[in-house]
Design a protein around this ligand. Structure first.
Ligand SMILES: [Zn+2]
Length: 268
């Protein structure tokens, strides 16, 4: 016999007219997604507007140019014809980055030193883009829907985006200082974003061996240590080991890519 939460979720899925079943790209993992992509993109755009209005754009034109170029190369391999890509470098020293549904990418200046070079930046951007193309935010919102109640879902359906809904969306999509690269998704989503991201950067022509190196530098940058981080984030050793195990596949994708940018230009 289904419990109340399952009935609510099933009812909501029916109201949306979508079966809610799909699978993630590259890994093929089955997913529950009750949020229609159009609404996901609308919430993504609104969350992005909020962030770029509250955090000033970077004045470093050279870095912004590199962020745009790396982003465009990864986006070209992401196969998302409906996305309207945008790549912003923000003047904020937090070690963070995110990509919202619809392809709105923000990189914080504070992450650039850990990137060191274009390939390091490609690790960050492809990881964040992987979260978006695998609809991790919508999956998380779908999982939270039973807790938050059907009234919130009805609000989304009626285009009535309340501040509470917006807050939920911003948390689910990984914006805000405590989300994105810093404290984002479940371990399952993080590991999946690592794998998808690794294959994307290799396809785009960036040397995938930079991925475990980047996460090592990121860990040394003072991002670890909070209990939340420790409980939700793959340990650096485990992350590096998992990425290293996937390098042979990524390397063969890189070898057969039409592009060969290697580590690219130095950033610092
Ligand atoms: Zn992540």
């Amino acid at each position: 016999m289904p419990n109340r939460r399952e009935i609510l979720l099933a009812g909501t899925a029916t109201m949306f007219g979508c079966c809610g079943c799909r699978s993630a790209p590259i890994t093929g993992r089955p997913q529950l997604k009750l949020i229609p992509t159009s609404l996901e993109m609308q919430l993504g755009q609104q969350s992005f507007n909020d962030v770029v209005q509250s955090v000033p754009a970077s004045q470093n034109a050279h870095w912004q140019q590199i962020v745009s170029r790396v982003g465009q190369r990864i986006a070209a391999e992401a196969n998302q014809p409906k996305f309207q890509w945008e790549f912003r470098l923000l003047a904020d020293q937090t070690q963070n980055a995110f990509c919202l549904p619809g392809g709105k990418v923000a990189i914080y200046e504070g992450i650039i030193p850990a990137c060191q070079n274009e390939a390091g930046l490609a690790v960050v951007m492809s990881h964040e883009i992987a979260h978006a193309i695998a609809h991790h935010g919508a999956e998380r919102m779908s999982q939270q829907a039973g807790v938050s109640g059907v009234s919130t879902m009805l609000g989304w359906m009626m285009n009535d985006v309340t501040p509470a809904t917006k807050q939920l969306a911003m948390q689910a999509f990984g914006t805000g200082a405590r989300y994105g690269l810093l404290l984002p998704y479940s371990r399952k989503h993080e590991t999946e974003a690592d794998e998808i991201g690794l294959m994307l950067m290799a396809k785009a022509g960036y040397d995938p061996t930079e991925a475990p190196l980047f996460w090592g530098r990121f860990a040394q940058g003072g991002s670890t240590g909070t209990p939340e981080w420790a409980s939700t984030h793959p340990s650096d050793d485990r992350r590096a080991a998992e990425l290293t195990a996937k390098l042979p596949t990524a390397n063969s994708i890189y070898e057969s890519s039409n592009y060969r940018f290697g580590k690219g230009e130095a950033l610092v």
